[in-house]
Design a protein around this ligand. Structure first.
Ligand SMILES: Cc1cc2nc3c(=O)[nH]c(=O)nc-3n(C[C@H](O)[C@H](O)[C@H](O)COP(=O)(O)OP(=O)(O)OC[C@H]3O[C@@H](n4cnc5c(N)ncnc54)[C@H](O)[C@@H]3O)c2cc1C
Length: 397
């Protein structure tokens, strides 16, 4: 594993010799403290979780018992990890499964937003089940006509005497099928509002009436085990208790939450690159051509050296952005830069790793899937073009 949970957390576990809270589970499983869990259980757990949704639900609960499913939730509900700690968890998971890491990232974004901006009533209502993985969270911003230009979203929240009526469609939703708690961004449509409408963040529950979830049916090269969904709200009745924060703060809250999410996405890029790098190094040491290990050829050595440097630089940028946010500082451009750099690095490292593996990289090794995953990371949480725009705007004004 490239990085384990930071020492502070491990020391805390040791000092308190805390046994992770047991959660009801169908099968008896062995619960481990977080650092040990990541080291011992992750490789096999991730492999199984990719292909088997039933096992995945069980594995979420194992992760919950170590505090991982509630790592963004404040105490007493969740693990209250620092962002640096969260990033190291995302890196560790994505060495073995980018799909699981992205599912965990969507869930974490949902718990983070409720934990940070929810009222005490909202936290008490939704966080315990989310942090124990009895429910899975999702985040719904993208719409069929609002991708990079997310602020042009059309899903309407129409004020009524009892609260709001929500109407519209979100797409590409990660965890969409399995989740039952969704953060949904909506335009609060008061008469005469138009483009100046406030954007509110709502907590929507399934199976409440008016929530229609369908799989997003498009053939995909990788990621078969993690279907995305289209979430349609038809006359969904939300009360004041469903509104996160105030009516006019939804967009600001989302922008702040996305800073955290971008750090996590960068960490997933680092983990993906680390896994591909390890496979390339192992192959280069074993594969013999022209009577020599291919690791002895300078062309391969230079690729390995560059891969290593890119991973290390990406990890440092991710940690730097995480530390800023942990210190309570603004990190708008630093989180964008970390996400962009780390996921571009993942694409370059995976491409070179496939090159080191030759035909085996495309036909015999799961690395073929890594290519698809690296491309996805360059698009998720805002494409890398959009991240560059954020960085440039900050540098140039
Ligand atoms: C597997 C997967 C899971 C996802 N999960 C979620 C989820 O859980 N929740 C959610 O809300 N969304 C999710 N998304 C959506 C994702 O965040 C969007 O795909 C992403 O923001 C880009 O939007 P788009 O696909 O509509 O591309 P578009 O916005 O249509 O962009 C197309 C191209 O145009 C470029 N472009 C657009 N505007 C500009 C500009 N101003 N300057 C320069 N270039 C520009 C883009 O960079 C891109 O290259 C997911 C997507 C995928 C593929």
């Amino acid at each position: 594993m490239a990085s384990s949970l930071p020492e502070a957390r491990m020391a805390e576990d040791k000092a308190t010799s805390r046994k992770p809270a047991r959660v009801p589970a169908k099968k008896e499983v062995e619960y481990l403290p977080p650092a040990e869990f990541l080291a011992r259980r992750l490789p096999e757990g991730c492999r199984l979780a990719e292909g088997d949704p039933g096992f995945r639900r069980q594995f979420y609960r194992e992760m919950a018992a170590c505090g991982i499913m509630g790592m963004a939730g404040p105490r007493p509900y969740g693990g209250s990890f620092s962002l640096r700690q969260m990033a190291s968890v995302f890196e560790a998971v994505s060495v073995y499964s980018v799909g699981l890491a992205i599912s965990l990232a969507a869930h974490t974004l949902c718990t983070y937003m409720i934990g940070r901006w929810g009222s005490e009533t909202q936290k008490a209502r939704w966080l315990p089940e989310l942090c124990r993985a009895e429910k899975l969270g999702a985040f719904c911003l993208t719409e069929p006509k609002a991708g990079s230009d997310a602020r042009s979203l059309a899903l309407k929240a129409i004020p009524t005497p009892q609260g709001y009526l929500l109407e519209g469609t979100k797409t590409f939703v990660t965890n969409g099928l399995e989740a039952s708690v969704y953060i949904v961004l909506a335009r609060i449509g008061r008469p005469g509002g138009g483009k100046k409408d406030a954007i509110g963040a709502f907590i929507v529950e399934k199976p409440d009436p008016g929530v229609i979830v369908k799989p997003y049916r498009k053939r995909r090269v990788g990621f078969d085990g993690f279907p995305n969904a289209v979430v349609r709200l038809a006359d969904y009745r939300a009360t004041e208790e469903n509104l996160l924060g105030t009516e006019d703060r939804g967009w600001n809250h989302t922008a702040k939450a996305l800073e955290v999410a971008k750090v996590n996405m960068g960490a997933i890029g680092v983990g993906l690159a680390e896994g591909a790098y390890r496979a390339a190094v192992a192959h280069a040491r074993k594969r013999v051509q022209f009577g020599r290990r291919i690791a002895d050829f300078q062309a391969v050595q230079f690729m390995v050296a560059d891969m290593h440097a890119k991973i290390r630089a990406a990890r440092l940028l991710v940690q730097d952005a995480a530390d800023l946010i942990d210190a309570g500082r603004a990190a708008g451009y630093e989180s964008a830069m970390a996400k962009c750099f780390a996921t571009d690095a993942a694409m370059q490292v995976v491409t070179d790793a496939v090159q080191v593996l030759g035909g085996h990289g495309l036909l015999a090794h799961p690395m073929e899937k890594n290519l698809w995953e690296a491309k996805l990371l360059q698009i998720l949480e805002g494409t890398n073009q959009i991240q560059r725009m954020i960085v440039a705007r900050s540098l140039l004004g």
